[in-house]
Design a protein around this ligand. Sequence first.
Ligand code: ADP
Ligand code: ZN
Length: 733
Amino acid sequence: MERVFAEGDRVGVMLTETLGRALSGCLDYRAPEGGCGTGDFVEVPLGPRRMLGVVWGPGDGTFDAAKLRSVARVLEARPMRAELRAFLTRAAEYTLTPLPAMLRLATRAPGLGEAPGMRRLYRLGGPVPNKLTEARHRVIEALRGFGGAGLTLGELCEAAGCSSSVVKGLVGAGVLIEAEAPRDLPFPDLAPQGGVALQGDQIAAADALVAAVAQGGYGTTLLKGVTGSGKTEVYLEAVAECLRQGRQALVLLPEIALTAEFLTRVEARFGARPAEWHSGVTQTERRRVWKMVSEGQAQMVVGARSALFLPFQQLGLIVVDEEHDTSYKQDEGVHYNARDMAVLRASICGAQVVLASATPSLESWVNADQGKYLRLDLGARFGTAELPEMRAIDMRNERLPANRWISDALAQAVTARRAAGEQSLLFLNRRGYAPVTLCRACGQQVGCDHCDARMVEHRFLKRLVCHQCGATKPVPEACPSCGVEGRMAAVGPGVERLAEEVAERFPEAKLAILSSDLFGSARALKDKIEEIARGEAEIVIGTQIVAKGHNFPLLTLVGVIDADLGLQGSDLRAAERTFQLMRQVAGRAGRSGDRRGLALLQTHQPEHPVIRAILGGDEEAFWRAEAAERRAAGVPPYGRMAGIVLSGSDVAKVFDFGAELARRDGPLRRIGAQLFGPAPAPIARVRGRHRVRLLIKAEKTAPIQAAIADWLAQLKPPGDLRVAVDIDPQSFY
Ligand code: ADP
Ligand code: ZN
């Protein structure tokens, strides 16, 4: 039982905001009239403000009793369960985040404290006359399209593109009825129905997952299978079992653009749409989802990484689809990896985790290899489709003219596909027109004014853009450095420039460019993807967004313009990333056709072990080799790492502070950790702030968080200097 406090008792309230270092924990208050209980959401006075908080337990008693203020009010929300509080506490400890910042992630919905309000809805009521004005007709169509629940006046006017008088007129004519309805409606019941008849490996995998869910308790399974092998069908069986058990299921997807297709699939399979949670969801809908999840009135949530912090009542299953995807790692504010946090939350609340991927992260591969995770493999693709044939094109033998990037071999393959009425994809993981703009007179490259990054030309926007901070400026006529006019030149290809070459070589072909920055909204991107899937482009030119699980049935050729791109750089995961990306992109080809797909990789180093592993298709060999290298180097997942980034406006102060921290490395040395740096971060300036990095390396079992906390507690950062700690860093910028 949660503890109950009587009026006037001293309670500890965890705020949802970090107020400097001193106030990083709980504050004491008196329980209000009527008392309160652990987990209650409350509003408390702080100075002149009112803040949202959660009753965390009894107060610690150190604050002067005479000055104690009372909790202002207890909100009408379900108290936060002990399980979620424990998860937030552990996650905060693991990521070295102040608990209020963690709690904030779990309370990101507007109007949590508002009483369940009512709103006026409009729906069809009486007979629809045959003759209608155009506007009235659109209103009726909009309501038919949205089903029976009805729409608010605002929603209806927007959907029908009409004024409110049209709707009122229809009410007056008895065609529509107005009715009050609760604002936050429960989600419709999901009833597992049908599903496909699983085959071969799919059956055994689904049985194992269903049994694990039915048994209850914690466990993690790595579900590995190439794109199209039926991973989704298999984990939907586990979701169905979870719902039958009366527990809630959460499915995390790496990209909003993927949710639409997935939701349609869920609807077909479970008879209704589940709750949705990501940055594209309206504020009203966010509140509804948050409330309904907390009341157990939403059985399934499909969402982005932050959905992990929703107040589930009885979470039974978390699926992390495309678990290797880097978007699961949040690199701003609270640094956390949703995949790892999913495992943590499940282990606390006794839920099952399914990590699905064609190309798992090395971390998950090793965990499965060591028996910490169960591993289930789906062998072939469903049906006849098989993995594409993969071949390298040795670019050292291709004498390409300047500003050309497509080899003859690749061009011929594209021509052949067009003749057969099939699609080709040319993959280049570089947004924009050209990565470098340089002055032919003095050799100077155009950089960002606020960052140590080169500006990337975007012809579509007619501007230079910094991919680091987003700053833009016009493409200069004269060199900003030497002033000579008319000698500025674009160097190297981005997808926009590649499109120019394609248009020249295939003047009749229908082209489509898929790059995240070319679309104003997730919706527009989704429409484009659907268009391509229907076959309305012969040649698709794309960045890594095409690698993420979209299904293009007519696509049978993938040409990788520069397979060497990801192999450069000092990132410890460079090889792994390249391997995953190439496999994923190649997996787009021949996904459901009867013809075998072909993937051509343009490379200058066909002998590179990663390129050979990709071509050879021996994935286990790649992972074993990569794991052995990491083990030898003592780096993750065989060792622990943490990145500390200091940033501030005064470069000397930032370095001085870093040096001072390095001198006081006692707490780190005591656990046998090594400290590297301070050194300029690979991107040494972002948004005008200078960045200095320290890197900590320790053995797997070393208590790295506690040591870092002790180490950093020795010094207070001066001025505007900020310290960001990233445990298990993914990117090293
Ligand atoms: P993955 O998640 O591994 O990419 P999916 O589960 O999306 O694979 O399956 C790919 C396609 O094949 C989907 O359209 C799916 O409905 C279909 N499919 C998979 N298994 C079967 C099956 N046993 N019977 C019928 N269709 C199947
Ligand atoms: Zn910049």
